[in-house]
Design a protein around this ligand. Structure first.
Ligand SMILES: C[S@@+](CC[C@H](N)C(=O)[O-])C[C@H]1O[C@@H](n2cnc3c(N)ncnc32)[C@H](O)[C@@H]1O
Length: 207
């Protein structure tokens, strides 16, 4: 297929997509906002959080959702790419997998926090198994970091792409958290292998 035909198809698909239209109408930077809104409608955790870390935040729709729900708390958004400012939210530019970034995050909060949400996804290669593995490793990394920064009664959400690494993620999550649930929001495209893992309450913590 020619390049301009592919982009015309993409534009048509976007225009037909109700979540794209709703995100434009409601001022969200991307349709991803509705994924976090749905996860919150199911598990009711945002309004119970006062401190939240949003990993892989760009363009910023999850942070916009969090910022509407969390007033008078602390929200830190982190991404490798630059993010335009969002009220009520501090942005840190950095690679989450780097120790330097993780130390800056710990320093920013300076205490254990209520919630970690991660929509991080590594650049897609077209090889679905490899993409699942790379994003799965980001999720595993986030779980390990979360046990060091989350309070005992805390919430954790992360994107995963279904694939061979899924079982390893579930096993590790169940070792760390008391409750581990898998959720596919309606706003996550059916054809996508994307799902979300929601975890509540630390089983163990490690200072
Ligand atoms: C699907 S987008 C997130 C969309 C966002 N939740 C929103 O609602 O606007 C995934 C993001 O993860 C970021 N990302 C990927 N690897 C990362 C890493 N190692 N550290 C920080 N951000 C990363 C990418 O730069 C990208 O912006």
């Amino acid at each position: 297929m020619k390049k301009n035909k592919i982009s015309k198809n993409w534009i048509n698909k976007q225009n037909r997509d109700i979540y794209v239209r709703d995100s434009r109408d409601q001022g969200y930077r991307s349709r991803s906002a509705f994924k976090l809104i749905e996860i919150d409608q199911r598990f009711h955790f945002l309004s119970k959080s006062r401190t939240l870390l949003d990993l892989g935040s760009v363009p910023g729709s999850w942070s916009q959702v969090a910022s509407k729900k969390i007033k008078g708390g602390k929200i830190l958004s982190v991404d490798i790419k630059e993010m335009l400012p969002i009220s009520n939210t501090i942005f840190l530019k950095g690679d989450f997998t780097k120790l330097e970034t993780q130390n800056k995050i710990k320093k920013f909060f300076n205490t254990r926090i209520d919630t970690v949400v991660s929509d991080m996804a590594s650049n897609t290669t077209g090889n679905k198994e490899l993409d699942s593995l790379k994003t799965g490793n980001l999720c595993l990394n986030t779980i390990e970091f979360s046990r060091k920064i989350l309070k005992t009664n805390a919430y954790f959400v992360s994107k995963i792409f279904m694939g061979a690494i899924f079982n390893e993620i579930q096993i590790r999550a169940k070792e760390i958290f008391k409750e581990v649930l898998i959720f596919k929001p309606k706003s996550s495209r059916k054809e996508s292998k994307e799902i979300y893992i929601f975890c509540r309450n630390l089983r163990i913590s490690n200072d």
